[in-house]
Ligand binder design. Structure first.
Ligand code: SF4
Length: 459
């Protein structure tokens, strides 16, 4: 052991919800005085936060556990794959312990048993916003655990249990702490973000001495007062999503709706146990755009679901064409151990799944490229993510970090006031577009309006 202070290595895999779990464990470790190391050799033990959502994620997680065991030897497994402890044990019986997702307390108990905390925790080492795995200017904020839906391809409700919403006052206090730590954009995540509060029956809580209901609309209204960008992810298309779009139109939260639709064919949606009235869905998209014309719509789809006929797939292509979504992520169906869909007849051969995926993506690529082209000439506020000697990488309200494209600013960068840094807002004019990204020039004189105003778009 090189360090006298107990040192933990940490591998964080999976989705933003898992990232938040990792951040919580890392924050607790630092609060108790543990050191965190990026080196297997310096660490006394390694925690691997795994993903178990799809086959490739299981493989990646098992590989990460194998590497940590080979390079360090002392390994604790947590996260979604940890909920399938027998899979981990069968592959690696030598792991020290296994816990499921969102298990901060259990992981800490196991670490204490293996490696007691130092007697003099250096609390001053903890930054005010806690440990973040994201850049300093944006952060994921998890508002609930688990899910009450029963989508047949998904085992999240088995892995993470039913919906449990965090108290609204606690979330808002955490959000304020993150803002004082320099965060300029909060990405609101949970398995089913729009369902926030349903499990509590919208219980009354308090923030800044004010009564507030534990409900997504109230939460968004309050978050909208913090003066930073608020972006919602994973919005199941409940009726009250219309109210969230109204808050977007009012400029309280970003006009960006990430609404996973998964398919359009009523038969497949029914087999997926998802809302199946797709004509209504097209009407709702129109309505959302009427309420908030600046809205960016993102969705995800699964192709090759068991029983998907050629007609079902054509239905999906027609929907994609009609919906004209700004951004789409698509995946071929892959069975997950324990999912109800595994028992459905009509498995689709892999080559057909891949061919369907390619067809869908080529249609959507043209739509997305057209949408980006139509933004040429706009003046927009952007949040700077990264600066190199020649280029600024930034995002407008229409681009979420890590999943969407970026805005690339190549022109010589001059700032009258002070040198620009990641986390600064500037105004740019869009001058070109390719399939994924936009190119822009930095405006020396910003238009006259509040810099953080999220929906400002000028042609
Ligand atoms: S809503 Fe999302 S997390 Fe919940 S069951 Fe469906 S796919 Fe899984």
């Amino acid at each position: 052991m090189i360090n006298t202070i107990p040192t933990i290595g940490f591998i964080s895999l999976g989705c933003p919800k898992a990232t938040v779990d990792s951040e919580r464990i890392l924050t607790q470790l630092r609060a108790e005085g543990y050191l965190i190391s990026a080196s297997y050799e310096e660490a006394d033990l390694v925690v691997v936060n795994t993903c178990g959502f799809i086959e490739s994620a299981v493989t990646e997680s098992l590989d990460a556990i194998g590497e940590a065991l080979a390079r360090n030897g002392q390994v604790i497994v947590t996260g979604c794959l940890g909920a399938q402890g027998d899979v981990v044990k069968a592959n690696y019986p030598e792991v020290l312990a296994i816990t499921g997702p969102a298990a901060v307390t259990e992981v800490m108990v196991i670490i204490h048993a293996q490696l007691p905390p130092p007697s003099d925790p250096r609390l001053d080492l903890l930054p005010p916003g806690g440990i973040k795995l994201t850049p300093r200017h944006y952060a994921y904020l998890k508002i609930a655990e688990g899910c009450n839906q029963q989508c047949s391809f998904c085992i999240i409700p088995q892995l993470r249990g039913p919906l449990i919403s965090r108290p609204i006052g606690e979330i808002l206090t955490e959000a304020e702490r993150l803002v004082s730590a320099g965060v300029k954009e909060l990405l609101i995540v949970s398995q089913d973000t729009a369902a926030y509060g349903v499990d509590t029956r919208y219980r009354l809580d308090f923030w800044q001495g004010r009564p507030l209901k534990t409900r997504i609309t109230e939460l968004c209204r309050a978050l909208g007062q913090l003066g930073i960008w608020i972006r919602l992810h994973y919005i199941y298309p409940y009726p009250h999503v219309d109210q969230l779009v109204e808050l977007m139109a009012a400029g309280l939260i970003l006009p960006y709706l990430d609404v996973p639709l998964q398919h359009s064919s009523p038969a497949i949606l029914q087999a997926m146990r998802r809302p199946a009235n797709i004509d209504n869905m097209l009407r709702r998209l129109d309505n959302w755009r009427a309420i908030c014309p600046a809205l960016t719509l993102r969705s995800t789809f699964i192709v090759g679901f068991p029983g998907e006929t050629a007609a079902d797939f054509e239905h999906l292509l027609a929907f994609i064409q009609a919906a004209q979504l700004d951004r789409v992520g698509a995946f071929t169906y892959s069975p997950i151990a324990g999912a109800a869909a595994n028992h459905l007849p009509g498995a689709i051969p892999e080559e057909i799944k891949t061919e369907r995926l390619n067809r869908l993506m080529s249609i959507q690529s043209a739509i997305s490229a057209n949408k980006l082209q139509s933004r040429i000439g706009q003046t927009v506020p952007v949040l700077i993510d990264e600066i190199t000697p020649t280029t600024i990488y930034a995002r407008s309200v229409a681009e979420a970090p890590e999943i969407d494209g970026v805005i690339i600013i190549k022109s010589p960068i001059k700032s009258t006031a002070k040198p620009l840094s990641p986390g600064d807002f500037i105004y740019v004019k869009i001058i070109a577009a390719d399939e994924h990204d936009l190119y822009a020039k930095n405006l020396a004189t910003p238009p006259r309006r509040h810099q953080h105003q999220p929906v400002a778009v000028q042609k």
